[in-house]
Design a protein around this ligand. Structure first.
Ligand code: TXA
Ligand code: MG
Length: 332
């Protein structure tokens, strides 16, 4: 299959919508990350997403819409949904509601559905013609999410017919996922911060696994339990300054880079590009300083923990890691 990479605009939106109606896939930009879309009402088309990504079939997809009316048609609305809609939509947030009529392939057999109304102009232009589109992030499962059309091309060249190029994603991490099917629970930190949400939903609970930043065993948000975002290079996180660890790695002949934390929103914007470029640059170790655990920091830490397989060193501590094919003792 030839993969076309076209600039966002009338022509590519129409071509994408035509493909979606024909049961094919189209990748499209949003302000968070790129999505890999199929017709949300076509179970067979949706199956192609799982095949192309190598995604476990028990991990439900988000349905993308371009109006409140479409949300009302797909999920059972309630006062909390109304409040979240008024405060944050369109935007980088997904609400989980009890689902109406949608194929089981989309929701992985759950009785709920994640709904998102992206703010990105090109996402809206495409969705206006394509109708509700089920889409996960447009990466091969386990790889970092794509924040440019080139990232999508790198993963899916020859496997999907069209990528709509809308430039670099402004947020850079995925949407916040909040369940509003019952009492509000934050399932995945993302582009809207917990602090912002608590202003609108004072009784919102933050899922324990998000709070503790540990692996999810219970499948509250099924996607959170899988290994994620990993390059071949080893990723290690440092609480405090990463300078010592970088020096220690370089002394040991390890090709390493350090990304100091600036502010969490800027860290989020660069995060997936940094993870994706590590292997191309021939790096063996990528060191990230952890941002403070507030605001967008929670989203960044959440992604970094998965990319590093939960490897965190405190400044001043020694750690033993396997890197560049051998076991090394490094000083942070
Ligand atoms: O920013 C985003 O959310 C991007 C763009 C393309 O919209 N999409 C995205 O999709 O990140 P994906 O599939 O990579 O992640 C969706 C997350 C998964 O963790 C999934 O388990 C969860 O949302 N999810 C989807 N539907 C759910 C549901 N009904 N209940 C609980 N969690 C759900
Ligand atoms: Mg994903």
């Amino acid at each position: 299959m030839i993969t076309q990479l076209l600039k966002a605009g009338r022509e590519s939106f129409e071509m994408g919508a035509k493909l979606i109606r024909a049961g094919e896939l189209t990748a499209f930009p949003t302000e968070t990350v790129y999505g890999l879309g199929a017709d949300a009402f076509n179970g067979n088309a949706v199956k192609k997403i799982f095949e192309a990504k190598g995604r476990p079939s028990d991990n439900p997809l988000i349905v993308h819409v371009c109006s409140k009316e479409q949300m009302l048609q797909l999920g059972y609305w309630n006062d909390n949904a109304e409040a979240v809609f008024n405060a944050f939509m369109p935007g980088p947030i997904t609400v989980v509601l009890k689902k109406r009529d949608l194929p089981n392939e989309v929701t992985a057999g759950l009785d709920t559905v994640g709904l998102r109304y992206p703010e990105h102009r090109d996402a809206q232009g495409f969705l206006a013609l394509a109708g509700p589109v089920a889409a996960p992030s447009a990466n091969i499962s386990g790889r970092p999410s794509p924040t440019t059309a080139q990232h999508v091309f790198d993963d899916f060249n020859g496997k999907i017919p069209l990528i709509i190029d809308g430039g670099v994603c402004s947020v850079g991490v995925e949407s916040t996922v909040i369940s509003l099917a019952e009492r509000p629970v934050l399932l995945r930190p993302g582009g809207v911060t917990p602090e912002q949400l608590l202003r609108v939903l004072p009784d919102m609970k933050i899922h324990e696994a998000v709070l503790r930043n540990i692996r999810l065993d219970a499948a509250a948000s099924p996607g959170m339990k899988y290994k994620h975002y990993s390059p071949d290079a080893r990723v290690v996180l440092v609480r405090g300054s990463g300078e010592n660890l970088l020096a220690s790695a370089l002394e040991n002949g390890i090709r390493a880079v350090l990304y100091p934390s600036r502010d969490a929103a800027a860290d989020a914007h660069e995060l997936f590009s940094r993870l994706r470029s590590a292997d191309a640059q021939g790096l063996e170790l990528v060191i990230f300083e952890l941002p403070p655990q507030e605001g967008m920091g929670l989203s960044v830490i959440n992604r970094l923990l998965r990319a590093s397989a939960f490897t965190v060193a405190d400044e001043g501590q020694s750690i033993e890691i396997t890197c560049a094919g051998r076991s090394c003792r490094l000083k942070a």
